[in-house]
Structure formats: C-alpha cells, structure tokens
Design a protein around this ligand. Structure first.
Ligand code: NAD
Length: 298
C-alpha cells in the first residue's frame, strides 16, 4: 500500500483548533462573569524546581490570565512535607475564589501523589484524576475528565462529527491519564473500543481494525504505516525527544508519520494533541466553575 506518501491524509491542526477554543473560552468567561458576578479561578501547585514543570506552570498561569480568569500560583520548595501540601489543598478546597485545582506532576519522590490527588475536592479536580471523577466517567456520568483525552475527543469530533456510534476505536496505551480515560470516553460515545498495551500480543492486527486509532505510548514511530487502516483517523499523543546528529533535538510522536499517507487524517507531532491540553484545562475550569455556581456552562 502506498504508505510512503502523505498526500491524502489531512493534517489535524491542533494549534489552530486550540486557538479557536481559547477564543470561545474567553467569550464563555465573560458570559459567566456577567451571570454570576464572580471570576473563575484556577490554582496551580508546583513543588520543587523541575525545569519542564516550571515552564508548563508558567504557561498555564499566563494563559489562564489571558482568558480573563484568575490564576493562583503556589510554588513550594522541593522538601515540602506531605502534611503541608495536604493542608494547602484543604485551604484551596475551602477557598470560594478557587474553582479549579491542579497539582503539577510528577511530585518529588518523597511525596505520595495519589494521596494528594484524592485530597482535592472532586468538583475542583480540573485534571480529572480524582477517583470520583474516574468512576463517574467509567459509569457514563457527568465528570471532569483528563485534559489530554478531552482534547483528543474534541479533535476527533471536529473531524468526524458528534456521532461516533458503532465505530471501531483502538487505544494503544492504558495509562490512567491518557489511555484508560480515552477508552472510557470512546465507550461513552458508543464506539467499539479495544485497548492495546505492552503485553498485547497482536497490536498491529488490532490497530488495522481501527476507524479511530489513538496512540499514547511514548515510543517513537512504534505504529508503522501498515498498522493503519486506509481512511482511519489517527491521533498521536506521544511526545518523544530525539537527539539529532547535529546535536539539536526534535520532538516526534508514536506514529511513523511519513508512512501514514493512507489515513484520512492524522495529528502531527508537534502541533497536534499537545497544544490542546492547556485549552482543555481552562475549559475544565469553566465547567467546574459553572457547576459550583449552579449555572449552565455558556
Ligand atoms: P505511560 O508510560 O504512563 O503509559 C504508556 C502505556 O503504553 C502503558 O500503558 C504501556 O502498557 C503502553 N505500552 C508500552 N509499550 C508498548 C508497546 N510496545 N505496545 C503497546 N503499548 C505499549 O505514558 P502516558 O503518560 O500515557 O504517555 C504516553 C505518551 O503520551 C508519552 O509520550 C507522553 O509524553 C505523551 N503525553 C502527551 C500529552 C500531550 O499533551 N500531548 C499528555 C500526556 C502524555
């Protein structure tokens, strides 16, 4: 099959979609401020000085403010004690100006990240990692869902429309933050969902059955062209930093992009799923705000 051309596959431009979503969020913020007299607020907690995390947190703060919301940044030293972090979460849970709480992961090794996440009020859990939100998603109830799969779902629906019923969806990767919630969201849309992971025996064959193929593994070029069904939609979540011979580095996905020309559409890396994540975080903050103020989300 002509898998060395990319001429037919449309490129799903996540950067453009995310920029439009941020514009719509700004309008929603204005409407919600008028309706409630309150300003949506997002608290971001960073423990330690991991450089990548610091960059993410700065970007989240900047975009929160640019969207017309309040941003509360809490930067704690790397040797913060579990009890002090839990106390901060309790304070944020009780603060009426804070509608969303995000704890930047990973936390330093001496801290119990799961305990911290479970301490967050589920109504303010804008990362969607709390067990109550995971359970709500799994049972098809209204939930705050993790930002990355939420962004993937938006891109899929932008391409295929709202009715995904009966489509074969294959999710490669079963992490709690991407693969599992993605599979649950697709099930809630009445897709027939298969989840492949590191112990799956026939992953290429399963992938070839997918109308919608989502890959979240973290292995460059794992999914080859001949794993992709002609006409499929391919969502590549992977972010892999590759060292070039000239010493420069570049980011690639989990799908051998140049071999995917027979797909109907594919997300590039970078510029596909990545830019959606912060926009979805702000969207979740507005959903949380609307629920806490008992108003319909604009
Ligand atoms: P993870 O390490 O928690 O999970 C990886 C999953 O891949 C596991 O379930 C494992 O079973 C599966 N896997 C490993 N080897 C496999 C193989 N050979 N075949 C099939 N499955 C295999 O990773 P994660 O947190 O889910 O992230 C996955 C990728 O997505 C990473 O590259 C990460 O950087 C990226 N990511 C991107 C965004 C974004 O905003 N775009 C957000 C989160 C994660």
């Amino acid at each position: 099959m002509g898998i060395d051309r990319l001429s037919q596959a449309a490129i799903i431009d996540g950067k453009r979609y995310a920029s439009g979503l941020l514009d719509r969020i700004k309008v929603r913020v204005d409407v919600l401020k008028l309706a409630t007299g309150a300003v949506p607020g997002l608290a971001v907690v960073l423990v330690g000085e991991d450089p990548a995390s610091s960059v993410y947190v700065a970007s989240k703060n900047r975009q929160t403010v640019a969207a017309g919301m309040r941003s509360f940044a809490h930067r704690l030293p790397a040797d913060t004690r579990q009890g002090d972090l839990m106390n901060l979460i309790d304070q944020l849970n009780a603060d009426p100006e804070v509608h969303g709480i995000l704890v930047q992961l990973p936390l330093p090794a001496h801290l119990d990240a799961n305990a911290v996440i479970q301490e967050i009020n589920p109504d303010k859990d804008v990362d969607g990692f709390h067990i109550s939100n995971a359970g709500r998603l799994a049972t098809g109830q209204n939930a705050l869902v993790p930002c990355t799969p939420l962004g993937c779902m938006m891109l899929i629906k932008d391409r295929l429309g709202d009715n995904l019923s009966g489509m074969n969806a294959v999710v490669v990767g079963k992490s709690n933050i991407v693969g599992k919630p993605m599979a649950q969201m697709l099930l809630n849309e009445n897709c027939t969902v298969t989840v492949a992971h590191s112990r799956t025996r026939n992953t290429p064959e399963l992938c070839r059955s997918a109308d919608i193929l989502i890959v979240a593994v973290g292995r460059p070029g794992l999914v080859r062209g001949d794993w992709i069904k002609p006409g499929a939609i391919v969502i590549d979540v992977g972010i892999n930093r590759m060292q070039e011979e000239d010493g420069k580095s570049r980011i690639v996905g989990d799908v051998a992009f140049a071999e995917a020309g027979h797909a109907a559409a594919i997300t590039p890396v970078p510029g596909g799923v990545g830019p959606m994540t912060i926009a979805c975080l702000l969207s979740n903050t507005l959903s949380a705000f609307s629920r806490q103020h008992d108003v319909l989300d604009a």
